[in-house]
Ligand binder design. Structure first.
Ligand code: G1P
Length: 278
């Protein structure tokens, strides 16, 4: 497959208030599922899809993320030659294969604003977006790989969607669309966190996107939406009005690791696949 998308944006400036007090002094993206922080799962998924430039939108108090994707000389020197050395191989390989770019979102003005901060890092190219607290699992075909293939076919923005129970729909951006192939929708409408009785469907947007760079101009001009924030959903709707957005019901499991329930489910899921070496 020729890979036209080489960049992936990770919005990671949010406070993680749903996980306080754990996230008081630690970024929520660094919460570990078994022995790996959430953001590392996301970066592995991006790299599997050929996206080796990782653009992380951070904020105050998020330095641990940059440190995680850097070499730790003291630590590596200390454990050199010991049985522990192998524990750092995976992250070291990942670091070697990726380029990490960081910028800060200065004010919490919403997901759309966070994406706008990535403009200088994506070089006017289409790019992936991963929200690391939506942890997706598909060993054979990671979700971002599925979406990158779909992009090659459709050459337009893509949002990952999942059917959710209607009483949970108000937690998500929601799409309406015409199913053009099994699990592939031409999006006709999108609403950010509608009340259940106003939701256009039960297809919720999950934290995986591929966006074309015209999104930036839209984001610059859009009015604040839900909760007074610049909503990515509202900006993608503008693309959808031009018939340029696909909703994709991805194959795999997704865990909402921003909630205790989802997080515990993720830990159990990955533990069931885990084979301890020691
Ligand atoms: C964000 C998006 C929302 C999407 C969700 C997926 O909301 O605004 O459209 O459904 O991520 O996790 P958040 O969970 O950041 O409030």
């Amino acid at each position: 497959m020729t890979n036209t998308i080489t960049k992936c944006v990770f919005p990671a400036a949010g406070y993680g208030t749903r996980f306080l007090p754990a996230t008081k002094a630690m970024p929520k993206e660094m919460l570990p599922v078994l022995d790996k922080p959430l953001v590392q799962y996301g970066v592995e998924e991006a790299l599997a899809a050929g996206m080796s430039t990782i653009a992380i939108i951070t904020g105050r108090g998020k330095r641990a993320i940059a440190d995680h994707f850097d070499i730790s000389y003291e630590l590596e020197h200390q454990i050199q030659g010991s049985s522990k050395e192998i524990l750092l191989h995976e992250i070291r390989n990942l670091i070697d294969q990726c380029t990490f770019l960081f910028t800060r979102q200065r004010e919490m003005r919403g997901l759309g604003d966070a994406i706008l901060c990535s403009e200088p890092l994506t070089n006017h190219e289409p790019f992936g977006v991963i929200l690391a607290d939506d942890l997706c699992s598909n060993e054979d075909d990671p979700v971002m790989c599925q979406m990158a293939r779909l992009y090659e076919e459709h050459q337009c923005s893509i949002v990952a969607v999942q059917e959710v129970p209607i009483d949970e729909i108000s937690k998500y951006g929601v799409i309406a669309g015409e199913e053009i192939e099994d699990g592939i929708y031409r999006v006709t409408d999108m609403v950010e966190k509608p009340p259940a009785d106003k939701a256009p469907s039960n297809l919720a947007i999950i934290g995986r996107y591929i966006l074309t760079p015209d999104i930036y101009e839209i984001l610059r001009n859009i009015e604040p939406g839900k909760n007074g924030e610049i909503q990515l959903t509202d900006a993608i709707l503008e693309q959808a009005k031009q018939g340029k957005v696909i909703g994709y019901r991805f194959k795999g499991q997704r865990f909402d690791c921003g909630s205790i329930h989802g997080f515990v489910d993720a830990v159990n899921h990955f533990f069931s696949k885990f084979s301890p070496d020691e």
